[in-house]
Design a protein around this ligand. Sequence first.
Ligand code: GDP
Ligand code: MG
Length: 297
Amino acid sequence: MTATRCGVVAFIGRPNVGKSTLMNHLIGQKISITSRRPQTTRHRIHGILTRDNYQIVIADTPGIQEEEQRALNKVMNQTAYQALAGVDVICFTVDALKWNQGDEYVLSLLEGLQVPVFLVLNKIDTLDEKNQLLPHIARLQEKREFAEVVPVSALGGHNLDALEATLQGYLPEGPFLYDEDDITDRNLRFLAAEMIREKIFRQLGDELPHQMTVEVELWEDGPRVTHIAASILVERPGQKKILIGTNGERIKKIGIDARKEIEQLIGRKVMLRLWVRVRRGWSDDERALRSLGYVDN
Ligand code: GDP
Ligand code: MG
């Protein structure tokens, strides 16, 4: 029997560069929610890609943010940073040619780490001038030495096989960390809550209350239908009104979209009930965050 190899790869980068999309497309299934807005990913989540003789465990992390004023941001940064301890490869992910302060900050956090760091340039489908890519890469290579440089398009599926092939060369020999059928370390309740959160992100655009979270309160697998009830927690009554929308149109649409996706995820019919509740100031209270599972321990 040939020896198996298994390792953890962390995707690190400022918000919105496409880390979650990359993970989903590498795994071939949606595990991590994505959107145009920063802060879509709030938790550390593992995606698992298993082939015949290797397993890549992908750690998707919340985008690292420079401002740490609010407790929620602070916890998110800690989660991203903890993800770096004990990984085998770091994929420092950037948005094609769009380099900014945020990228510079993340790069500074990687200084001194002994782990191989890949430079992953995502969204290359957005480039009109492909010949700008090489000079840009050369400039970034002056900032630090990268073990590998891989341009990809997560959405277009471009070069993802090359990324996987390169990654697998860096995996240490060892047994699989997860069952070969697992695609994530998170349970269905968690994934369902995340899917609801994504639909809220997509429905609300710029009206989105920044500090909003979803808790699944009931999950009952009936003989034919799975009953799920979830609360959406916001900070102010005004935000509750926005989420509900005129005559409840908005929350209804969110519920329908989320239900369809959860049905796909679990392969059963779902009855989904959503409630919007006001919980004042929760995002500033680390204890409340802990109780909602935002801190791993
Ligand atoms: P994250 O914050 O780094 O996890 O970023 P997301 O995965 O949530 O993606 C942020 C936005 O970029 C979403 O609107 C994605 O659809 C978009 N995106 C991700 N990858 C690509 C890509 O390869 N090409 C293009 N054009 N857009 C992408
Ligand atoms: Mg993300």
